[in-house]
Write a protein that binds this ligand. Sequence first.
Ligand code: ZN
Length: 216
Amino acid sequence: MTADIAEDTTIDGNDVLIVVDVQNDFCPGGALAVPRGDEVVPTINRLAARFLHVVLTQDWHPRGHFSFASTHAGTKPFDVIDAPYGPQVLWPDHCVQATPGADFHRGLQIPHAALILRKGMDRAIDSYSAFYENDRTTPTGLLGYLRERGLTRVFLAGLAFDFCVRYSAEDARREGFAVFVVEDACRSIDLGGSVAATRASFSALGVACVSALQTA
Ligand SMILES: [Zn+2]
């Protein structure tokens, strides 16, 4: 964790908090539970209250989505297959559109959030990042939204640190935003060393990891 950058993390009107996929299926009891995923909810509620601009993302798949192991005969969850756009981890069916598993955790209280950005709707492409689908070229529109609103610094929290938060943070950084991942407001899946890979990537790209207490 990056220490002592509190001065740089005073929240102002050009900052946006992106709350990534705090949905029932990613919380304990859900179809693709991130260990202790529900613990982020009170931290995120407090954090979000400090931001004028908040975006929520929501994983939002059609039934039979390409990323589901159940879609591919002879596979099981967490196998990796070759997709036309590269390796794709197969997941249990999760966040199916308009099912309770796709709902936000009921403890999430961010009434002032301006935008709910849904992703993963294309049956043939997964979407970890809130900015680009996993083919790395199909935009979600979030970049245009942030630019039109004049937002220059991106703070991220949510689930999971080493997948959707990671890819969103990397894309935001590559698009020129200053990026802060609020690490104690995230939880990880940690699949095959994915947490260590995330930290290495953040370090290389200049994505800062901060704690919620460092933002004020
Ligand atoms: Zn998904």
